[in-house]
Design a protein around this ligand. Structure first.
Ligand code: SF4
Ligand code: SF4
Length: 107
């Protein structure tokens, strides 16, 4: 998992709106980042989906990660997503691409 985490820090955290210019996360201890919290599950979903189409990954991520995520209310709405405040939702195409790139470099 360490190689994925390293690649996420280099490719996502550096461009994330919640990071400093050096890519340091600025979230407080009371806030949460879905990318960080669910990284093992995200990697698993990308591997299982194994598709070149980003829409298929997005659907699978929604069905697995979001379905279990603590910020979903009973109606299935997510206040973080509604406010464009979920890093997983914001950057999912680059996250998928980053995981696939790590995999291709490990072959
Ligand atoms: S919110 Fe998540 S993706 Fe953004 S900088 Fe922090 S750890 Fe990285
Ligand atoms: S969009 Fe909402 S429910 Fe889905 S991972 Fe992000 S915070 Fe969780």
């Amino acid at each position: 998992m360490q190689k994925y985490l390293k690649a996420i820090r280099e490719n996502i955290c550096k461009i994330c709106v919640d990071s400093t210019a050096d890519g340091e996360c600025t979230l407080s201890k009371n806030e949460f980042c879905a990318v960080e919290m669910y990284l093992p599950q995200i990697v698993e979903v990308v591997h299982k989906t194994n598709s070149e189409y980003v829409d298929e990954h997005y659907k699978a991520l929604k069905e697995t990660i979001c379905a279990e995520c603590k910020t979903k209310d009973t109606d299935g709405d997510c206040f973080l997503q509604d406010d464009a405040n979920c890093s997983l939702d914001r950057y999912f195409p680059i996250i998928v691409e980053t995981i696939q790139k790590v995999d291709s470099e490990s072959l």
